[in-house]
Design a protein. Sequence first.
Lengths: 274, 224
Amino acid sequence: MREMSFYGTALPGIELEAYAGKLIVIEGPDGVGRSTHIALLRAWLESQGHAVLDTGMSRSVLAGRGIKEAKQGHTLGGLTMQLFYATDFADRLENEMLPALRAGFVVLTDRYIYSSIARAVVRGADAGWIRAIYGIALVPDAIFYLRIRSAEELGPRVLQAGRRFDYWESGMDLHNAGDYYESFVGYQKLMLREFDRMSGEYGFRVVDASRPVRRVASDLRRAVGRLVDEVETTNAVELTSHSTAERKSQNSVSGRAPQAGEQTLSRGETKGTG
Amino acid sequence: MISYGKHRFPGQLFIVEGTDGSGKSTQLALLHQWLKAEGYPVFFSEWNSSPLVKDTTRRAKKRRLFTPATFSLLHATDFADRTERDIIPPLKAGAIVLADRYIYTAFARDVARGCDREWVREIYRFAVRPTVAFFFRAPLDVAIDRIVSGRPELKYYEAGMDMLWDDDPEESFKIFQGKILEEYDRMVTEFNLTVIDATRSIERQQREMRSIVSRHLKEKAGSR
């Protein structure tokens, strides 16, 4: 169990309580392979007996459809887009992620607030403003950042996945010079710079994603495996103390111990990959 | 991103605020007529009117999907679209923009729903500061009477039923409006709102409004 901690102001009406699950974020630029790795992790975690919820941007019941429709017309302004995504995020946090975490799920999220912050800043939004809005976000148990060495590597990956250059992923709304490809590379360069800036601020665990999928996957599996093993140790603690202690006091006892252990783990991780 | 208070546009922005039933929309419509008759280029923008966000809001209200946070953020999304489309471009073009409800509606409602006061203000930092923000202040019982007698049924979110304050929509609405009015009163000095006594006759309120607006229009003309 781990106490909930938020980046800023917690959502109104949220009870700050310990949760049994793990919130694992997979971040990285467009085309880097996030969804591939989430699918692999999910299958593996489920084979190990862990319940998994996977979620990602614009998949909320509330705002998902609206965002997709708004993007169709290419008339979505910068500020409006940032706030629409924030609405989508809040809905998924309150109605999907937090309930799943309380129920002991491993939540794998394809992007979290960091992509939204990077997109907003690249589009000229105030860095403090967008961070304050996302102050409602729960601090995750781990953030894996799939890092690519150059923006030029992303283009072929997008095409390999059978997709074309998307208007928004190419930053066409920024109206920089050039065609879709040139705009894509230019935009992704700006995004990579923002991700690198956030890396230390938010404690990203950097995974070199320029390597073959197989090797990236095995790194992720090892690190995620260590995180979910903590869940089991923690739950064992909870079971033994459950019969004797009140639920409240037991939460606070079992909530602290794994946190300390996790910090050492994350430090080791950063050293190994970064 | 330019934030609240720092915008400098040739146009002018007049907005009206107040609880439901305060008569603010009536007053704004009268002001609109007058400005048009005087030959000013006027653009009117109302709360909750973004074509991009409309369907999502309607669906969420119908299916009761909102929490206080998502209610706040989706309304901010709607307002952002209006700012980018309906407010800033006309102001740049030198027009008079009239807005029925503005960011103070969000501040009052969202805080009444339990959102953090500072968080909500931060979200709307991109808003243009109005030339004049009129606050039509009506005592709670007057405003509630006007709404409850004029309408067959209170809507779920309008009555604040999502907050579970009371099972009876009318009671819940009263509690909600009371909290909203409290928030408005706090904002009068914080945002320098121009208070209009909404219990006086429609004609008198309109005369007061026109005299304030024309003063600003003259100042503007004089500074050119």
